[in-house]
Design a protein around this ligand. Structure first.
Ligand code: GUN
Ligand code: ZN
Length: 431
């Protein structure tokens, strides 16, 4: 069925920069129709009401956006979200590793993957780069669940062959065989792509990182996702165990892990040389403000990344992060940058979670945009929920003020509908 949705449409045609509320590149089409073809792709956007051969859906007075892209999130960590009292390395040992160990069980992995993917959709996130666990079955479960929903998901089995509990460690040969089998089964199927996933430098041997580099090189279109320079104790530890590397990032660079489809989470404690090598490789940083605040990791320097030409996307990093909501994540991102004197515009934030992330992932033609030909991954939002937000919305002067207030005050309760390839996979219950 061809579907037409009537709403206020917002997306981007160019990078709006960091701090200009009057930036170009913002495309605002109030009171328009989004036309979605039978193939789940956007056909057109128009002010005129389409004919009777279209199923017409009335969301007038609501905001329609491209679905959010969460560029770094851990499926198994929904079970440890909001765990008290630790910083990164303790948090991994105390909460995260025990939760991940439970996914050795196939039924538990399937439950986790399905709950997680449904939760993403219920928060308005239609595409994500996702960490599974070290168990190949946990990656299978995510791929299977994403395929069934038609979602754009990048994931892979976590690589971890040291400095972790024995039941969460693999070894180079087994891991390589498992990764190759996963690539065979899933890479390029539907909207899935394999992401080579060494957890972080500290939990992989040199031999395993070298294997990850070979796997990446032999798999066209594959992604690389990992963590870098998140926490000062972690940085000191990595320096100890890789004494020959110039920096934490250099451990990855030496093994051929930096390229145009590499997503490095955090990057708080990088220097200018690191930023230059990220930019030269076309690798990008997933900024995870909620996680950085919650774990007390530090304040990411977005201005420095931009000055070096490093692209930045936004990510929840659940369960270090405390919400799957990209609205909450963006609001935290604003506050983190405000501490450095930078006032990000609503456009900068939204762009980094839609078109900007899509382009950084080389998926700019498919997601993050309302351009004809893109897949109709779209979300529909109420401008305000509750009396405080409603009053603020009514008082807003101009579009930027209104969108900024929505972004700061909103969360998943504002989400009315979430569509993947045109199909409504989440709809808020009436009432
Ligand atoms: N570094 C290594 N593993 C993790 C993880 O699971 N979460 C975060 N935030 N950082 C990590
Ligand atoms: Zn993470």
């Amino acid at each position: 069925m061809k579907t037409a949705i009537h709403a206020d449409l917002l997306d981007f045609t160019a990078d709006p920069g960091l701090d200009d509320p009057a930036a170009c590149g913002v495309r605002w089409r109030a009171d328009h129709w989004l036309l979605i073809g039978e193939d789940g792709r956007i056909v057109a956007v128009q002010p005129e009401t389409p004919g009777d051969d279209w199923q017409r859906i009335d969301h007038r007075g609501r905001l329609l956006l491209p679905g959010f892209i969460d560029s770094h999130v851990h499926a198994p960590q929904l079970d440890v979200i909001a765990s008290w009292g630790t910083q990164l390395l303790d948090w991994l040992q105390t909460y995260t590793f025990p939760a991940e160990a439970r996914l050795a069980d196939g039924a538990e992995a399937a439950r986790c993957a399905n709950d997680f993917l449904d939760a993403l959709l219920a928060h308005g996130t239609t595409a994500a780069a996702v960490f599974a666990t070290v168990h190949a079955g946990s990656a299978d479960a995510l791929f299977e669940g994403a395929l069934a929903r038609g979602m754009r998901v990048l994931t892979g089995k976590v690589l971890m062959d040291r400095h972790a509990p024995p039941d969460l460690c693999d070894d180079v040969d087994t891991a390589l065989a498992e990764c190759r089998a996963l690539v065979q089964r899933w890479h390029g199927r539907g909207r899935l792509a394999y992401a080579v996933t060494p957890r972080f430098a500290a939990t992989s041997s040199d031999a395993q990182l070298a294997m990850a580099g070979r796997l990446l090189a032999e798999t066209p279109g594959a992604y690389l996702q990992t963590h870098v320079a998140e926490n000062l104790d972690e940085v000191r530890w990595v320096r100890q165990i890789f004494p020959d590397a110039r920096s934490y990032l250099d451990v990855y660079a030496r093994h051929g892990l930096l390229g145009p489809r590499s997503v490095l989470a955090h990057g708080i404690w990088l220097d200018d040389d690191d930023r230059r090598s990220l930019a030269a490789a076309g690798a990008h940083i997933a900024f995870c403000p909620s996680s950085n605040l919650f774990l007390g990791s530090g304040l990411f320097d977005w201005r420095a990344a931009r000055a070096s030409g490093v692209a930045v996307s936004l990510a929840s990093d659940v369960g270090g992060g405390t919400s799957l909501s990209m609205l909450r994540t963006l609001a935290d991102g604003y506050k983190v940058q405000a501490l450095a004197g930078l006032r990000l515009s609503a456009w900068a934030l939204l762009h980094a979670a839609t078109r900007g992330a899509a382009q950084a992932l080389e998926l700019g033609g498919e997601i993050g945009t309302l351009e004809p030909g893109a897949v109709a991954d779209v979300t529909i939002w109420d401008w305000a929920c509750g009396p405080v937000a409603k009053r603020r919305d009514a008082l807003a002067r101009g579009l930027h003020e209104r969108v900024f207030a929505w972004l700061m005050l909103g969360d998943e309760r504002n989400l009315v509908e979430c569509r993947v390839a045109g199909k409504a996979l989440f709809q808020r219950m009436a009432g």
